[in-house]
Ligand binder design. Structure first.
Ligand SMILES: [Ca+2]
Ligand SMILES: [Ca+2]
Ligand SMILES: [Ca+2]
Ligand SMILES: [Ca+2]
Length: 345
């Protein structure tokens, strides 16, 4: 298969993935919230190859703004809308919208714990990942010295999460290894707490070469550390997803081991995103998997010692304010949020 054909297929797949990612973010109650159409809002009129959207208060004025990653062509910039009392104004000329890259995803958190929000943008092929550091007053500047980013960092999904519980958010970037000419794998960056990161190069979460889609951090076993999940695999084929349990609580070392038991881990899927949320409000995280092609999405209820696959209708999904990462992308800042899910309200 030619590289150009690979690229076309990859773009097509990512376009569909973006739809699924956005669909996966429906964490707010499905039956309790009436919606009223907004006439001709600026955010609804933009035409681009949009791949992800994050509601985030980037300027710290108390209302949620919108950042849209666009791309799969090297010359399409991302889009930022500032919320001005309910009206959205497109922000131009700032580094966040001068990426000139094929951006797949953004994830937001205060990585340097200085009170303002920062952003990482995952770019697919034409450029590497980009770290934008908040510098106050809603300004974010491209940071090329923190130890993450650069031309070699290709990725699809990305997510902040403090996997070693040291109070500093760390970063996982997933890669579609083996597709579209991408030959790099997942990358994990530990936040050293001094404004810089050290890449973690050992462990199955970064050494397993596979076609990884969006990563999610979630403490699925409720033991107090974040575990790591990837929708995995080539389009159109069902297989197992890559999932990793954090051993921090057990061993004192934040190492990851593959999760191979439980129906949520042994059920073949064509997954894109594994979204964790406490839908039944019983205090533990349940999993919703969105799939590519014609494979039905799946819901798995956490029953403590085991999981049950739910095949009957449910009336509502309740958001969990304590959630993290992709699910936690829903949590109010300073908890991390990513581009695939809407905010909590
Ligand atoms: Ca910051
Ligand atoms: Ca950390
Ligand atoms: Ca855990
Ligand atoms: Ca639950």
């Amino acid at each position: 298969m030619s590289h150009s054909h690979d690229r076309v297929m990859l773009r097509s797949r990512i376009a569909d993935l973006a739809v699924l990612l956005l669909a996966a973010g429906s964490a707010t109650p499905l039956s309790a919230q009436p919606f009223t159409p907004v006439a001709s809002p600026a955010i609804a009129g933009h035409v681009s190859f949009s791949t992800g959207a994050t509601w985030v208060d980037f300027d710290g004025d108390g209302d949620l703004d919108l950042y849209v990653t666009t791309g799969f062509a090297a010359d399409i910039n991302n889009v930022l809308y500032r919320n001005d009392a309910g009206s959205f104004v497109r922000v131009t000329g700032v580094p966040l919208v001068l990426d000139n890259s094929d951006s797949a995803c953004s994830t937001w958190a205060d990585y340097d714990n200085d009170g303002d929000v920062d952003c990482f943008v995952s770019n697919l092929v034409s450029a590497g990942g980009m770290l934008f550091q908040g510098t106050g007053g809603g300004a974010l500047a491209l940071n090329t010295t923190a130890g993450i980013g650069g031309s070699g960092l290709k990725g699809t999904g990305c997510a902040w999460g403090d996997y070693d519980n040291d109070g500093h958010v760390d970063l996982i970037v997933a890669a579609l290894f083996g597709q579209g000419g991408i030959v790099t794998g997942n990358r994990l960056f530990h936040n050293d707490g001094d404004g810089t990161f050290t890449e973690v190069t050992t462990g199955p979460q970064v050494t397993t070469t596979d076609s990884h889609h969006h990563p999610t951090w979630a403490d699925y076993d409720g033991d107090g550390d974040l575990d790591l999940f990837f929708g995995t695999g080539a389009v159109g084929s069902t297989r197992l997803d890559r999932m990793y349990k954090n051993q921090l609580v057990e061993t004192g070392s934040a190492d990851f081991t593959a999760i191979t038991t439980g129906i949520f881990a042994t059920d073949p899927r064509d997954s894109q995103v594994l979204s964790w949320v406490d839908y039944d409000d019983d205090g533990d995280l349940d999993m919703y998997a969105v799939n590519y092609s014609s494979v039905p999405n799946q819901l798995y209820r956490n029953d403590g010692a085991s999981f049950t696959k739910i095949t009957t209708a449910i009336s509502a999904i309740r958001p969990d304010p304590a959630a993290s990462s992709s699910r936690g992308a829903n949590a109010p800042l300073p908890s991390p949020r990513s581009s695939v899910t809407p905010p909590l309200v």
